[in-house]
Write a protein that binds this ligand. Sequence first.
Ligand code: ADP
Ligand code: MG
Length: 254
Amino acid sequence: MNEKNDPQPAFKAAGVSIVGLHKSYGSNEVLKGIDLDVKPGEVVCLIGPSGSGKSTLLRCVNLLEQPNKGTIHVGGFETTDPDVDLDKMRQKVGMVFQQFNLFPHLTVLQNCTVAQVKVLKRSKATASAAALEHLTKVGLGEFGARYPDELSGGQQQRVAIARALSMDPTLMLFDEPTSALDPETVGEVLAIMRNLAQDGMTMLVVTHEMGFAKEVADRVIFMDGGVVVEQGPAQDLIGNPQQPRTKDFLKRVL
Ligand code: ADP
Ligand code: MG
């Protein structure tokens, strides 16, 4: 094969490796020893009841929360190393939240350029070009001049995804990205995530969308009470769970 004709991958995917992760809030131990690997390019969905520690786990990966014990490697970084360059590490880890977290006083385009200019030191022109590329990919190329409150929830979440992608992450974390959306806009956000998975992005996704997990996830992990109870290929875990707690949970959400 002529290498020059190979399409350039859109990005370099990073893996995640979590070993023995513990996190407490005061006397409340929320994560009780989590071991979890995500291979480069793999899509892993994290499911489990409310309060089981899913958000805390995600937030530990990019050190929005400081773990008490354990190690986390993301790409070439050990995030739990006290000497880690936090800014550099966070540039590589995109995060999308349930509540979008867009800056309300900035336009869509500004939302997608501000961190590129501040953190990556890109020129405004370069940042705008990258933002426009990603806004176009999520179907919002014409919406750059709008403000967040002029958009539907689904559109705002697509902007949040474009904003994260504009930083050239090697890993994307999603924390219930469709839970705050009107039912009719859920599909458009899941479609964007499906494309991203097909492009080879490493994704760790907390979700209650079992259809999405079944179709897109390489692996599903069921958490309860701060531990991984069961994990496996999506079809197996959702279609044929083994543990009573997993069965009970799925009975309630399916
Ligand atoms: P999930 O995302 O699975 O619903 P969370 O990780 O949000 O679970 O929460 C797990 C537990 O940790 C809950 O009992 C919650 O009250 C507690 N918790 C989460 N964040 C904090 C915090 N910042 N301070 C104190 N307790 C917290
Ligand atoms: Mg949560």
